[in-house]
Design a protein around this ligand. Structure first.
Ligand code: FAD
Length: 493
């Protein structure tokens, strides 16, 4: 049993049955809103609605808040961030408006992003100007074709979808240029799990968000961000409870009535689920409450892919020279989307966390990430699982040593995570790192048409994924909940 579980199930050392501390002790019997899950969408929605004066309960099954926006600490003073690789500048505005100035002020630009593969080796700030410079100078494209591409993607919007795929978009503007397709696609695939086969509209929106000003990070680390968010939620009156596994969303006569957790029923005027879309609808609600068309539609929504990561802790006292912040690396001769999910593939991203990540610290860590398929990891025996994780770690260390010779000997801690890890900690089906494919968005947005007062916010549809997408989707859904609750108040008054 892990240390955290030991704390949770307070056992006694004399062999008596453990006494269970109910994490819902002190929670009231009714709230205006219950939020299930503390991902960035759930927390942002809870904050917005509590600020508007609603009585909000936020319940999270894990012992930390943050969902995928998380971190962990290991002996030797190592702190590893899971999903703090980079997000667009828009996060600064979102945090200033819906969180605090203090949080927004800590959002800073990454200095450098590098690509190293057999087709090109370049450094960029990941802005329109710098990409244009590379596309014309390094890749030899005309200004006209590059400007045409940027104008096309900037003009894309959700309500005006041509139905083209991202692969078709690239072929239209840069036919036969596999190297250019790699430059444009690889970073976005790592950012939200999308591929050349996904709708061009989802690519256009996410790529344009990044291109406006480059890639940003949170100075202080994920632990610092979540600490400030927790404090702000409390300041606004949100009742925060972790270690609460919600078993059921209660529906009565087509309306949401509350939740069931730890043997208790808690009533609410509205419920917002930040849990996985399919789990929310098919498990927490249950198919009996849905129209057959909607149920079938949700069943057919495809999950996005998962990830593997390798965490590398640098020994105290050792340093790493600044090479870049984010390195997209591959030994594959040419680019194709599916190979990014290969189990022991040749493409991975390294995030370099220098002391600047946590000002005041003198520590360095590296995190290598790969996209991955659930099926490659799900059914392995314990022995096979351990063996394959060891291969993943060894491949990562070998790649790192090739890229920055002498780094391997500086590392005194290694650990790997797989799709199974992500599923275990967040309960996302198949450890999906980025929610669902595009079609999930409509089902998420229309949930309240099926069950009055029930809403969903969280990674879906590629564009609502990642830190910015999830937080913004939390705000969009909070606005809908706000009008619903106000309507309810006026009926009840
Ligand atoms: C390896 C990796 C790297 C990433 N890198 C980046 C990056 O660099 N930049 C970026 O912008 N994004 C990145 N992302 C994506 C980003 O982290 C997520 O899209 C975003 O954090 C998801 O937020 P969310 O609100 O959808 O909820 P999630 O983070 O998925 O949280 C959902 C929460 O609901 C809780 N929950 C589920 N079921 C229940 C239940 N029944 N009862 C109670 N609680 C429940 C879960 O425990 C979880 O805390 C990365 C993701 C991964 C996995």
């Amino acid at each position: 049993m892990s240390t955290d579980r030991k704390k949770y199930f307070r056992g006694s050392s004399d062999g008596k049955a453990p006494t269970f501390k109910n994490p819902l002790d002190g929670v009231e019997d009714r709230y205006d809103l219950i939020v299930i899950g503390s991902g960035l969408a759930g927390m942002t929605a809870a904050n917005v609605l509590a600020r508007s004066g609603f009585k909000v309960l936020l319940v999270e099954q894990h012992y930390n808040l943050g969902g995928m926006a998380t971190w962990f600490k290991r002996a030797g003073g190592h702190v590893f961030d899971i999903s703090l690789h980079g997000f667009p500048i828009g996060m600064k505005k979102t945090c200033r408006k819906y969180w605090t100035k203090e949080i927004a002020d800590r959002i800073v630009q990454l200095e450098s992003i590098r690509f190293s593969n057999p087709q090109f080796d370049i450094e960029t700030t990941f802005t329109t100007e710098d990409f244009t410079r590379h596309l014309t100078n390094t890749f030899g494209l005309s200004n006209k074709s590059v400007d045409g591409f940027f104008a096309h993607v900037r003009g894309m919007n959700f309500y005006d979808d041509s139905g083209a795929t991202t692969g078709e978009l690239f072929e239209e503007h840069f036919p036969g240029r596999n190297d250019v397709h790699r430059l444009l696609m690889e970073p976005i695939s790592y950012a939200n799990g999308s591929s050349l086969a996904d709708p061009a509209i989802s690519y256009g929106i996410v790529f344009s968000n990044f291109m406006s000003k480059g890639v940003f990070t949170y100075s202080g680390g994920t632990d610092h961000l979540i600490k400030l968010m927790k404090a702000e939620l409390r300041r606004n009156g949100v009742e925060l409870r972790n270690k609460v596994q919600v078993d059921r969303i209660i529906v009565d006569g087509g309306r949401v009535a509350g939740i069931e957790a730890h043997g208790r029923t808690i009533e609410a005027g509205s419920v917002l689920s930040n849990a996985n879309l399919k789990s929310t609808i098919l498990k927490l609600v249950g198919p009996e409450h849905l129209s057959s068309e909607y149920r079938k539609g949700v069943e057919s929504v495809r999950l996005n892919n998962s990830s593997t990561q390798v965490y590398l802790g640098v020994k105290q006292g050792e340093t790493i020279p600044f090479v870049t912040d984010l390195l997209f690396t591959s030994t594959r001769e040419t680019f194709d989307s599916p190979s990014l999910c290969d189990k022991h593939g040749e493409s991975r991203t390294f995030s370099f966390y220098y002391p600047k990540t946590r000002p005041g610290s003198d520590r360095y860590t590296l995190v290598s990430s790969m996209n991955a398929h659930w099926d490659d990891w799900a059914k392995l025996t314990d022995e096979e699982y351990a063996r394959d994780k060891a291969i993943l770690i060894e491949d990562t260390l070998t790649t790192l040593e090739r890229l920055i010779p002498g780094t391997r000997r500086k590392i005194d801690y290694v650990e790997a995570s797989t799709p199974r890890t992500f599923q275990f900690y967040t309960q996302h089906q198949q450890g999906s790192s980025f929610g669902t494919k595009f079609e999930g968005l409509g089902y998420s947005m229309n949930l309240s048409d099926q069950i009055t007062g029930l809403y969903h916010a969280g990674s879906v549809g590629i564009i609502m994924s990642g830190w910015l997408g999830a937080a913004n989707y939390g705000v969009i859904t909070a606005n809908k909940v706000d009008s619903f609750l106000r309507q309810l108040e006026s009926i009840e008054a």
